[in-house]
Design a protein around this ligand. Sequence first.
Ligand code: NAD
Ligand code: DAU
Length: 336
Amino acid sequence: MRVMVTGGLGFIGSHLVRWILNHQPEVEVINVDSLTYAGNPENLADVKDNPRYRWRRISVSDSLALNTLLDESPVDAIMNLAAESHVDRSIQSGVPFMETNVLGTQVLLEAARSHGVKRFLQVSTDEVYGSLGPDGLFSETSPLAPNSPYSASKASADLLTLAAFHTYRQDIIVTRCSNNYGPYQFPEKLIPLFVTNGLEQKPWPLYGDGLNVRDWLHVEDHVRALWMVLQSGSPGEVYNIGGNNEHTNREIAHALADLMGLPYSIIVPVADRLGHDRRYAIDANKIRRELGWQPEVSWSQGLQDTVAWYRDHRGWWERIKSGTYLQYYRNQYGVL
Ligand code: NAD
Ligand code: DAU
């Protein structure tokens, strides 16, 4: 079996590629990643010479390049993770989000259809459901009500994917996951930003009152779920994926400070994110019931291991934060 993973040089995509190569010895992986600021060949340095792995530097919105690749190397399935993924960047400008997240998904769907790809998995997010009050959970049938340019672009991609099932009976599935954490997460997101700032004795910018709530899941639990859905999910269906693990941002800041032996005075309240969604919480009963998936990494162990990983991989994040990682790509991997 050969699988195309898009966005495989990013945070979740690199975990997914490594997981497939390690756990599915019959599967070949083609990684389609255009290497934006968020992609990093170093994330997959340990598998780059694996004969079952290849990376092609192609944008998912480049129809000609994608179709040529699929002509040369047919695949059985596409798992679409390529995206502009950071809400704060989408508030600055939504244009790249539309190009990759919306146009790119449509280009991939059409390429998959014309090449007879047996299954297309669209990796989406709980943010498409919008914001919750203090109670309740998002189920797969909750209405889509995205609030940021990022989440609106992801909701559009979900609708295009579901429309392909309705119109053409194309075999597609959509997954919607809550906030991921773990190694290799780009240090502009909450947990890696705070941990790396803590290691540099820099302040932690906590937006607004710090009481926004997210449901956190370890990235390894997410990629295992994605493989289960690809293998055993039903066509045309949506599967929520979540950790049943809600925390306010302030609780996370306190937990990280405790783990790192830092005073709470490192936390500095700053202006709130525009349109900041108050609470996300996922009902993941469907994937548990139908596919037997459940999270395996406990929050306390996962957070402790994540802090240790950033402490032990200083070069990885220092190159990113200083901006010298682009030069490093060129020297190490001959790209850019
Ligand atoms: P990321 O920003 O770390 O990585 C994105 C990857 O996509 C990068 O390697 C980048 O180079 C690549 N990419 C961007 N534009 C591209 C294009 N036009 N063509 C090809 N490659 C391109 O993102 P992530 O956090 O790993 O998220 C992966 C996916 O999972 C996204 O679709 C995101 O919406 C979804 N998701 C993320 C989370 C989370 O907490 N991080 C939760 C739920 C869902
Ligand atoms: O819910 C899934 C989503 O989770 C994914 O679809 C997105 O791709 C992913 O980036 C993530 O989005 P969030 O906006 O929830 O993640 P972020 O790490 O940017 O922020 C998490 C919370 O922390 C949010 O309430 C904003 C807050 N925050 C974030 C940063 C970067 C701060 O208070 N300070 C910060 O500096």
